[in-house]
Design a binder for this molecule. Structure first.
Ligand code: TXA
Ligand code: MG
Length: 328
């Protein structure tokens, strides 16, 4: 398949392709998405095919306007309006009971649908001009790290009709997913919008734990794994420095407070001091970029003692490492 490479000035072309039922990779503020219009079976099955996604993993429906939600869902709980006022447009996906407008292909046979309104203007203009919501999972081959830069979507060249270059993604981590079909909402995927952020708006929520009954099909699949082995390390800077000295062809990703380690050659700073994204906008670009450098192992120092979005960052890294953790 020929893949057109576009940018924000050639959005017309992307709109035409979406209208015809094609598949387009586009930027959002979280990660790049691979999208088709919700009412094109050809487009939607094209997404599953292009990223080799298992058919039982449902897609997120992206809207450009709150009013589009009305015909996608059969019931709107009160918390919906509070959450939307606080966090949309932005990186929060809400699970609601679906209407018959949402095909089984999109919802993977579930009676619910995931919806979000992206903040990125290219994404929102694309949806607005297509005239219908666009379903889109992250623009990576299934199981691989999400794409947060145009260049990371390269494995999809030849597999989609077009890719829109929107440069880097501001947040760099997939949206927070919250199921609001339950009496007490359940946080299914951690993201930049944290549990505390949500609770400050709607009160107590629950957090999905591995081992609970699976309500989000995506949670059961292997995720975010580069080809290179990823290992999480925990310990004092001194211990990690000693450990570093014993490794040959490994790269270390460390937080900015590890001053001595940062003087070493094979180390990379994880995030900037005082950065409220705590490496969120670096985690996938590091996984994608270091994977092409032929290291034997990528070591990430655990940053989960830090607050805020670092929990979501570590969630992705635990998955990327298959929970391989070394305590020093
Ligand atoms: O930030 C994002 O959310 C990005 C951008 C492109 O918007 N999209 C994204 O999509 O990360 P994807 O498909 O890679 O992840 C969506 C997750 C999957 O784990 C999926 O199983 C879950 O949301 N999901 C989708 N629909 C669901 C539903 N009806 N019930 C429960 N989980 C659902
Ligand atoms: Mg994904």
């Amino acid at each position: 398949m020929y893949t057109k490479l576009l940018n924000k000035y050639s959005l017309n072309e992307a709109v035409k392709i979406i209208k015809k039922g094609g598949v387009v990779v586009f930027p959002t503020e979280t990660v790049y998405g691979i999208g088709a219009r919700i009412n094109s079976n050809r487009g939607v099955s094209g997404i599953f095919k292009a990223k080799r996604r298992p058919a039982d993993n449902p897609l997120i429906v992206h809207v450009s306007d709150k009013s589009q939600v009305d015909y996608l869902v059969s019931d709107i709980p009160d918390v919906f309006y509070k959450l939307v006022d606080a966090f949309w447009p932005g990186p929060l996906t809400l699970i609601l009971k679906k209407s018959e407008m949402v095909s089984d292909l999109v919802s993977a046979g579930l009676d619910t649908v995931a919806i979000r309104m992206p903040r990125n203007t290219i994404a929102r203009n694309l949806i607005k001009r297509a005239g219908v919501p666009i379903c889109a999972p992250s623009a990576n081959l299934s199981g691989r790290p999400s794409a947060t830069k145009f260049i990371h979507s390269k494995p999809l060249i030849g597999r989609v009709n077009a890719i829109i270059d929107g440069q880097g993604c501001e947040v760099g981590l997939e949206s927070t997913v919250l199921d609001i079909t339950k009496d007490v909402p359940v946080l299914l995927r951690k993201g930049y919008v944290t549990k505390e952020d949500i609770e400050s708006v709607i009160g107590k929520i629950e957090v999905y734990k591995t081992g609970d009954k699976i309500i989000s099909p995506g949670l059961k699949y292997k995720h975010y794994s580069p080809k290179t082995k990823v290992i999480i390390i925990r310990g004092t800077e001194k211990k990690i420095l000693e450990f570093y000295a014993k490794q040959n062809n490994a790269i270390f990703v460390v937080p900015p407070e590890y001053k001595e380690l940062l003087k070493e050659q094979r180390t990379i700073k994880f995030y900037e001091t005082g950065d409220d994204l705590m490496g969120a906008n670096r985690v996938f670009s590091l996984l994608n970029e270091l994977d092409s450098k032929k290291y034997d192992i990528i070591f990430f120092v655990d940053i989960s003692n830090n607050k805020g979005v670092s929990e979501a960052v570590m969630d992705r890294l635990y998955r990327a490492s298959n929970n391989e953790i070394i305590e020093l």
